[in-house]
Design a protein around this ligand. Structure first.
Ligand code: DHE
Length: 477
């Protein structure tokens, strides 16, 4: 369920800190505390063991990737229109972590229409191709699944790595990128999950290897953006052939192409930073990226000039990946685009102006939270306090104009209530009762009253086709 505990991946964790993590667990991850079960010597032995080199080192080669591919159905047998009556643009996918299944919900009737077995421990949002037919899932253990939502069938699967972060897909569904922790690589696949190429994640000099923090599709740029976790670099990988070559080394004359260049198509164009990025968020036009390290160092990077342009006044452990944006009217009546993010270490939602990068407001919440969600048609944003044992059952509702918490939805103490997604029209908000015998709870997004409950096995996340493919401003990308 967690990252591979190999010495190479532990470079940012000192041994005394590792002892503490085993004893006390780790905030914002699924790593529990073992201090009550294990003695001091046992913990020390475990820590020595995870820092010992593994012989032979685990490998996952291009041949392994190719050999793992499974074609589940012949695409020629699939229908070109949906095989159900529900609005294909208002479907929801619910990832059920309890028994590793995915449910498909009709977003109008708010009823399940299908359920299928997924790979083990899916993580990150599934990625939809633009017409909403195909969707790609990534599991923590490296499996990528292509699902045909119109035919309700798994089409193909491939294992792109041993320990994977997330997956990104181009809107036409023809390019898929996979960010791996193990091996240290970014894997590029075609839309049928055939391997196109593997990019080894190393620094500009090819000397230092790195895990890949995450990869996202930047549609307006026709590229994938990835950040490296152990090397301060952001990569842009263009999936259009109409792109300039990438200069490498010293260039004598750009116009005359005197110097060394590699093709821009499917190769990394690097932005060199001062600090590594673990988590990031983009402006709506994808020209700028807001990034933060787990240590709370925030920076704004312009992807055209390929440089850091501002510091972000963040601390704690902001969770930019689940940030959302909206238009906020300031005291002078001026509309400003703001971005808000939860913080995995602090009970607050931070609201930032996306032009000046100043913090407009720190909204205190019940506890550190993971997810934030809204919809253009809703005046509210929903935030959880998942990381707080006392408040994990409480969802707080923030008014997007007053920037105040205006209401609380209180579940059963001890049972996590988190991760909201709206229907296509923003009328209903669906939240997860994040328990093995849990449920998706549907709330009226205006009255905030419960409308119905659909039993689910630990519904981790839910994703509305329309909100995802239109990159609705209230949803994370
Ligand atoms: Fe996530 C998305 C990183 C732990 C559930 N998480 C993401 C994304 C990143 C990320 C970079 C965005 C990728 C995307 O959507 O393509 N997550 C991390 C971590 O670094 C962290 C803190 C440590 C780790 O274990 O990797 C972490 N995440 C968790 C969990 O423990 C969660 C709560 C339970 C689980 O199943 O692993 C969890 N993460 C999620 C979910 C999303 C996600 C449900 C998609 C949110 C969305 O609505 O788009």
């Amino acid at each position: 369920m967690g990252p591979a505990l190999l010495p190479d991946n532990l470079a940012r964790l000192r041994k005394p800190e590792a002892l503490k993590v085993v004893a006390e667990g780790r905030t914002a991850t699924q790593m529990p505390a073992f201090g009550a079960q294990l003695g001091k010597d046992e913990i020390a032995a475990l820590v020595d063991w995870i820092y010992s080199p593994v012989e032979p080192p685990p490998r996952w080669t291009d041949d392994d990737i190719r050999a793992s591919r499974i074609q589940h159905v012949d695409p020629a047998t699939l229908s070109d229109t949906p095989v159900f009556d529900a609005d294909p643009m208002n479907l929801f996918l619910v990832v059920e972590g309890g028994d590793h299944h995915v449910s498909v919900l009709d977003g109008d009737k708010l009823e399940p229409i299908h359920r299928f077995q997924s790979r083990f421990a899916l993580h990150g949002g599934p990625k939809f191709a633009a017409n909403g037919r195909y969707v790609f899932f990534g599991s923590r253990d490296g499996w990528i699944t292509k699902f045909d939502l119109w035919n309700l069938k798994v089409v193909a699967e491939v294992r792109a790595g041993i320990n994977t972060r997330n997956v990104a897909a181009s809107p036409d569904g023809k390019h898929v990128a996979v960010a791996n922790y193990l091996p240290n690589s970014l894997v590029l696949l075609d839309g049928d999950l055939n391997l196109v190429k593997t990019l080894a994640a190393t620094d500009r000099d090819g000397k230092k290897s790195s895990r890949v923090s995450a990869v996202y599709d930047a549609t307006p740029r026709q590229s994938f953006i990835a950040a490296l976790k152990d090397v301060p670099e952001v990569w842009e990988i263009s999936y259009t052939k109409a792109v300039e070559d990438i200069p490498t080394g010293f260039i004598h004359d750009y116009a005359q192409k005197e110097g060394s260049f590699i093709p821009g198509y499917l190769n990394p164009r690097r932005t060199i930073l001062d600090e590594v990025l673990d988590d990031f968020f983009f402006t709506q036009d994808y020209a700028e990226l807001m990034g933060a390290s787990r240590e709370g160092v925030g920076q704004v990077v312009n992807l055209d000039i390929r440089r850091k342009i501002a510091n972000l006044p963040l601390d704690g452990m902001p969770h930019l990946g689940s940030g959302i944006t909206w238009e906020w009217i300031d005291a002078g009546g001026k509309p400003r685009t703001v971005m808000a993010s939860t913080n995995l270490k602090a009970g607050e939602v931070t609201v930032i102006d996306m032009k000046t990068w100043e913090v407009i407001k720190r909204i205190p919440t019940r506890g550190p939270g993971f997810f934030l969600r809204s919809h253009a048609n809703s005046r509210y944003a929903f935030v959880d306090s998942m990381m707080s044992p006392q408040a994990k059952h409480i969802l707080q509702v923030i008014d997007k104009q007053t920037l105040e918490v205006v209401r609380e939805i209180v579940g059963e103490p001890g049972k996590t209530l988190a991760h909201v997604e709206f229907t296509r029209d923003g009328r209903y908000a669906l939240a997860s009762l994040w328990e093995d015998e849990g449920a998706v709870i549907v709330y009226d997004a205006q009255t905030l009253e419960e409308v119905k409950r659909l039993p689910m096995r630990k519904p981790v996340g839910k994703y509305n086709v329309w909100n995802k493919i239109t990159r609705e401003e209230g949803t994370s990308h």
